[in-house]
Design a protein around this ligand. Structure first.
Ligand SMILES: *[C@@H]1O[C@H](CO)[C@@H](O)[C@H](O)[C@H]1NC(C)=O
Ligand SMILES: *[C@@H]1O[C@H](CO)[C@@H](O)[C@H](O)[C@H]1NC(C)=O
Length: 452
């Protein structure tokens, strides 16, 4: 009986939710224009985009994803019904006046709420924000529902001397961030002042658009990120994260604009994301463990990377990473592991499975001599040990002849590297080559090209 009542209650709230919140399902995630603006030529790769259309932009899928979110959210609302709209705290949403204080006040109230609460950012408005910090611990679970647009201040002096981020969620547990809206870092001014664009300038980091720091049980879904100052979204020191249905876009020329950056984070699932930027679509760095990325569409950009790891002779550990189901198109790398010489630590238990590449310069690459600095890196005797890496079902075309390049450390050769059912050909039918240095490799099934 109790079960029945509960089920019925759920049906009713689901119905009410569907009726009252259509925007949750019909956000502007269906609009491809930003992807096209950044140079992702949808015409050129119809098969890639039709996959995207099927898996991500399809209405019914969004509807289902939204409906289950609705249930989570409504089970929260059932007990509380509490909604806090930033507009009530004086946010104007006119794209010109600074709404930071209103957001901070709204967050403070949400964080003090003893019942579950939804912080709403209205649709159809542009909220201008300077750097803002949303800190926990909070008294209850919070859903941040971004239906509208968050616009970053493009006055660099707003970010303070070592402004490391624009929006920071810090030490919050049980947080959901969603809503179908847009988070726009307006990074142009930062890119122009990057030493990678203007060689005369000193190298300085630009802010990460959104960082989730020290969060536990975190869901980030159904959002669009664009034109970050540097990294679009970083998960740092988090545990139990689900990031799904995210679209990330920035121009191919924008420096260091990684899509999703994972650092020091355990148990994270990234799924159904479409990322095209000027740097790695996904980068996974030190301290990360149990990372799963599934159904990822990547390009333009630098591909999916573990690393870079071990700069300045540091120690780094990454383990249990699975990339399962990815389509990469026009990227500089496909699946990459990059480590600096002179480091210590390990990369182990890595699986790259079911990967399609199209016109990718280095589809499979391990580079243990990574050197991203102006002065050349000298030969060193320590290195990060790479072991147990599986490349399975990897198909497609390589833009360069070097389709497979496993360039491991002379002093710590790679161990347990397996290529299974890998078939890469040169773009336009040209020959593809494999190059393998200092690696203990097994080939299983069809593998082409093969190391000599
Ligand atoms: C491997 O790394 C060494 C040292 O950086 C470099 O000289 C060599 O060209 C690389 N080999 C390939 C095939 O990339
Ligand atoms: C390569 O790995 C296999 C299996 O782990 C091992 O038996 C073999 O000795 C290794 N070969 C080299 C050259 O290290």
């Amino acid at each position: 009986m109790a079960l029945h009542t509960k089920f019925f209650a759920h049906l009713i709230v689901t119905f009410l939710f569907l009726v009252s919140c259509p925007s949750a399902f019909h956000g502007d995630l269906h609009d491809h224009s930003d992807i096209q603006q950044t140079g992702y030529d949808s015409e050129a790769y119809p098969s890639f985009l039709s996959t995207v259309d099927g898996s991500q932009f399809d209405n019914s899928m969004m509807f289902e994803a939204g409906a289950s979110d609705g249930l989570t959210k409504l089970s929260r609302l059932e007990s509380s019904g509490r909604i806090i709209n930033v507009d009530r705290f004086g946010a104007k949403g006119n794209g010109a006046e600074d709404d930071s204080n209103a957001f901070q006040s709204a967050w403070r109230e949400a964080c003090l709420s003893t019942v579950a609460v939804t912080l709403v950012v209205s649709q159809g408005k542009d909220y201008l924000l300077k750097p803002v910090k949303f800190s926990g611990p909070c008294k209850s679970e919070i859903t941040v529902q971004i239906n509208g647009v968050l616009l970053a201040s493009d006055d660099r002096s707003d970010y303070g001397r070592d402004g490391r981020q624009w929006i920071r969620f810090d030490s919050v547990q049980g947080l959901i961030v969603e809503g179908g809206g847009v988070i726009n870092g307006r990074g142009n001014i930062w890119w122009q002042n990057s030493c990678k664009i203007n060689k005369a300038l000193p190298c300085k980091d630009a802010p990460t658009a959104v960082i989730f720091y020290n969060c536990k049980n975190l869901v980030v879904q159904n959002l669009r990120f664009q034109d970050a100052q540097q990294i679009h979204m970083a998960f740092e020191k988090c545990i139990n994260v689900q990031a799904s249905n995210l679209i990330v876009t920035a121009p191919e020329e924008s420096p260091n604009t990684d899509g999703i950056h994972v650092t020091n984070t355990q148990n994270i699932q990234i799924s159904g994301c479409t990322i095209g930027t000027g740097d790695d679509c996904i980068s996974i760095v030190s301290g990360s463990q149990n990372v799963q990325a599934t159904d990822i569409t990547c390009g333009p950009g630098h591909g999916i990377s573990i690393g870079s790891l071990g700069s300045e002779n540091s120690e780094a550990h990454v383990s249990d990473v699975t990339v399962h189901g990815a389509r990469l198109s026009g990227t500089t790398n496909g699946v990459r592991i990059k480590t600096w010489q002179g480091a210590a630590g390990s990369v182990s238990n890595i699986k790259f499975q079911n990967i399609q590449v199209h016109d990718v310069q280095n589809p499979i690459i391990i580079d243990q001599n990574y050197c991203d600095q102006s002065t050349p890196c000298t030969q060193q005797h320590t290195a990060i040990q790479i072991s147990n890496v599986l490349y399975q079902n990897i198909y497609g075309t390589s833009a360069s002849a070097a389709a497979i390049n496993l360039n491991c450390s002379k002093s710590f050769p790679c161990r347990g590297i397996v290529l299974q059912n890998v078939n890469l050909v040169g773009e336009g039918g040209g020959a593809a080559k494999a190059s393998c240095n200092n690696v203990n490799l097994s080939n299983v099934g069809l593998v082409s090209p093969r190391c000599a």
